[in-house]
Design a protein. Sequence first.
Length: 151
Amino acid sequence: MSTENDLIKLYSARILALAADIPRHGRLSNPDATVKRRAPLCGSTVTVDIAVDDGRISDYAAEVKACALGQAAASVVGAGIVGLNAAEVTAARDQLKAMLKHDGPVPDAPFDGLEVLQPAKDYKNRHASIMLTLEATVEALEEAGARSSCA
């Protein structure tokens, strides 16, 4: 059973600072793909808009309505996502999931800032909120790729 001190440590000053300053927060006016994801357990939601050029994210925005942990994850993702391709974003998603669920290593740069969320591995009910932004971005890249192959 977790104690109140454990929860205080979980919501560190660094996590709260990231949550308070999410880069690229908002919406794009003309995205190539938009995906909204919701964590059923806690109700956190993220809507990701991306623009893609030559298979890489050329513009990105996310509307985030989540707990501080989900917001902190969105902050790290927003700071490093532009310029990446689907394989790189999928690898980051998989690395974050492994870090949380299997005590895996911290995701590679530019997402190594997600290490701040390592204490959350003991709080399984928070994992879905933390994963939302990368999951939505992977799905948006798949959607944009499917559209471009049909064009």
